[in-house]
Design a binder for this molecule. Structure first.
Ligand code: AMP
Length: 114
């Protein structure tokens, strides 16, 4: 997608603070962190949200979850704990229409999910 923000980051057209990358995925620090550790994980191939997962290969889905765990380990929050979030659609306040997972940790997070 030509003008999608996260596609542009994945193509290297917009800089990011990269944490991890492989052929299919990119992980980078959120520009407006909501916790001491806040990393976004995106598939490089455009898909708008969790609603598009039926089109995605199983290997990509597994890769996204494994990348979240690898990021948590690399960020030193594997044992202290972390939260994995993907906002989908307007009620969830998804602000970038390119599937992404937030990895949040490094402090005690709110007890409430909503
Ligand atoms: P969401 O609201 O779940 O769609 O999350 C989108 C996230 O992208 C927000 O937490 C933003 O702070 C983050 N974000 C927006 N632009 C950038 C950027 N250029 N680099 C890194 N993170 C970004």
């Amino acid at each position: 997608m030509k003008d999608c923000l996260f596609c542009r980051i994945a193509r290297g057209e917009i800089p990011c603070d990269k944490v991890f990358e492989n052929e299919c995925l990119l992980a980078f620090r959120d520009i407006s962190p909501q916790a001491d550790k806040h990393v976004l994980i995106i598939p490089k191939h455009h898909m708008a949200s969790l609603n598009d997962l039926s089109e995605a290969p199983d290997a990509l889905l597994a890769g996204l979850l494994r990348a979240a765990q690898a990021v948590a380990r690399a960020e030193g929050i594997q044992d202290s704990g972390y939260r994995l979030v993907s906002n989908c659609g307007p009620d969830a306040r998804q602000s970038v229409s390119h599937l992404h997972f937030h990895v949040l940790g490094g402090r005690q997070l709110s007890e409430r999910m909503v």
